[in-house]
Design a protein around this ligand. Sequence first.
Ligand SMILES: [Zn+2]
Ligand SMILES: [Zn+2]
Length: 574
Amino acid sequence: MPQIAPSLHRDPAPSADKRLSNTEIAHQLTTLAQLLASAGENPFKIKAYRRAATTVQSLPESVHELVQSDADLTAFAGIGKGIAGAIREIVQSGNLRMLDRLKANVSPELAALSEFPRLDPKRVQQIYRKLGISSVSALREKLDAGEIGRLLGPRLEHHVRQALITSHELLLHDVDDIAAAAEDFLRQRGGAKRVEAAGDFRRRVEVIRELNFVIQTDDFAPVVDELQRYGGHSELVRADAERATVRLPIGILLTVELATTARWGLALLLATGAEAHFGALEAAGHDLAKLARSRQRFPTEESVYAALGLPVIPPELREGLDEVARAEADDLPRLVALTDLRGDLHMHTTASDGAHSIEQMAAAAKERGYRYIGIADHSQSLKIAGGLSEEALWGQIRRIDKINEKLDGIRVLKSAEVDIRIDGTLDYPDELLRELDYTVCSIHSRFGLSREQQTERILRAMDNEHFTILGHATGRLLLRRPGYQIDLERIIAQAQARRCTFEINASPDRLDLSAAHARLAREAGLKIAINTDAHSTRELDFMRCGVDVARRAGLTKKDVLNCLTLPQVVKALT
Ligand SMILES: [Zn+2]
Ligand SMILES: [Zn+2]
């Protein structure tokens, strides 16, 4: 069934058979945010509407039905009283007076942007002016001709590209909540007796296009029916007697596959591994197809791997790299777990662009069972992020000494996220760097340098004896920008020679080192840090995302710097 295109030009007065889908409601909220932005309204208000739109889009329940049954919408994250009122108005009257008013007050060119709520009106106006155009179709033409990039730079080009295409991918971290909600939905609305996540999500792949579940139920047809009502309406992509895929309002696919108790393990295994994993099994003479054809019972994954003569391979490793060979040699790594972490070596405080004080970060880390944290605020060049002047960092060093005198059970290490300048020098003088317990050195500027230049820049920085950890090695932002080009192998060799190392930056949109890069660093024998780069106490929970990457890279506790005890880590850092 085709999805009903959201339209603001028509009056979609809902009747009994016309229910607004969550997508349509979210569309009105994002359009409102967009028009508020072009009217120069309060950025917090704009952000609030965008956030509410995301919430509406992620909900399995039909918001239309929730309003009709008078449910309390403020129970959902990011929906306050005002926004709840707006949603009720949208559902009950089909439109929003505030939106109509705003639309009436902007130029037709800007009003036309409402079909692309992710386009930022200010930036579009700037492009329109500079290129002498006034429509989205002209904007698309200029984009395709490469003119936006050439004349206005890569950032604007990227923004337009992202906003014009509908994204069908989400960060793994954002999918965690969606997966939990989908699981509940399958049990409660779909009547499934057993539900287990599989696919890329179970392997903890950093960007997700499709969410897979294996389910057990006596009757599959009602599940398929209910799936089409997910979030008010979800488009059915394909379905047969044992498998169905819908596109969720939030953009990603949801695939559900039927399995029996007797074949549960086999179904789960087949729905989890990457294609290359099955290729590697086959190449090593393990015939999964034969098992599938047999009448044997495979209630668990253990039973399947056992029939192949192998130990269970952790889902995160099922990528067709070395896991089958290692399983055959009974040499599978015991992967690092969240509970193995004893500290976090990269976080920011109110001294630069963080939200909480050193004391608050220390208390929150202690609550998470850590024995040490490293404060790594930005350095002086990074003015946009409130980088600390030399004097301010001297002050912070003295403050940390005082704080440590008072703290019990946790120690604050002195660090800084030191900018690597264009010529490869570090952003503080040696006599100041010497006072720190260690440094996290990062690139925050001039991403456009050639691979050779960028690599040289990092190699020179590592020449400095105070260089400890390379922060977010490639600078990538998942779904937003690729990283800058580097020759990682040369940098790894230099890190070995200069006794430096890398971090897996656990920020969900960075995950940098990637799993593939972390694997290379591990193979070179480096101990890698898993750092949250937290800018608030809550972001300390990003550690889970970093651990996911580390596990995909095959890292054990021994490969991770901040799995060391406090005395060990202090020794390793000096
Ligand atoms: Zn940084
Ligand atoms: Zn940072």
